[in-house]
Design a protein around this ligand. Sequence first.
Ligand code: GAF
Length: 389
Amino acid sequence: MKASLPGHVTQYLKDKFGEKPEAWTYALRSPGRVNIIGEHVDYTGGLVMPAGINYAIYFLARRIEAPEWRLHAVDLDERVTLPLPLTGRSGTLWADYLAGIGVQFQDQGQFLPGLEVVFGGDLPRGSGMSSSAALEGGMAFLLNALLNTRYSRPALAALCQRSSNTYLGIPSGIMDQFASLNGSESGPIILNCHTLSSEPVKNALENYGFVLVNSMVSHNLSDGAYAQRVAECQRALEAIQSVFPRVTHLSATLPDQLQSVSDRLDDTARKRATYVVDENKRVTRAVIALEAGSSIEVGNLLNATHAGLRDLYEVSCDEIDFLQAFAEQYPGVAGSRLMGGGFGGCTINLVKLDRMDDFKADIVQAYEEAFGIGAECYPVVIRGGTDFL
Ligand code: GAF
């Protein structure tokens, strides 16, 4: 095994079991994700450009004789035991993310073995870097190996999304789980969320890097606003389909089609649909700009996405708008926007490398002065998807 398990996880094994990592049959890394552009369009069948990153959750696992799952959340110092076969919710959200995956395998006729699973890492929770998808993807990857089910990575992502949607009741799209499981070492991927086809995008930006700024305002996908956006997009799609029945998903709507059905949409549905249609065009342009190494164009597209998320999609908040506005005018920042589900979490910022340190220090100070909150900054390194150590 490569020695890349975080020290606190290794220490936990030593303290609780008196063991080294080598005593465990499975060891794997499941990354968080960033999304460069293509926000809130995975559930409308749109294009997204996410990447697996340098922050991750690490899993160690082995079979046990007892018919139960013993789950250890190292970062929280919590432990939950679930009897097999898995049934209803456990009452602990992190355990339910893992159990939900087990339930998907069970529903496909798999017999789940007794397991001891230890996990922990450096992925901040509730920051919009998708620790929940890393949990789901890691568990799915583990069970796929353990049960020898041989599902492809895209099929595992679909299984994880099903778990979120049906077991946890969160109507999220597939982007986060797909990015965590299918990330490419060489750069972000472009994913078509309607067909689930993906390919790596060459990042030719020179002298620029991405950094996340965490507002430390917590978002929660299970609150109503996310589900409301999904429903509003569905409403817009149905109105569009009443005139253009061959439009299969909202992101496939052409600007002219949207224009011509405009008076059939209520104000909210019109704003949501306009954002979705615009965002799809921005993602296409961003692929070209990134591959051409045009930091200015990529940055402008990030800023434009933020304006759309704030004014048309209405998923931002004061803290995030402050961080974005500060970054947008900061010398050496090409662009900035809200990343992830919204209502808090992180901004993603494209920053000149030689301005990175100043930017981080200045934005943290300005945010502290404005809101009395200590922001955290995370420089992003793009890494491959979930894999064994
Ligand atoms: C959350 C969801 F889980 C994703 O599916 C996606 O919709 C994202 O918000 C917004 O782009 O992370």
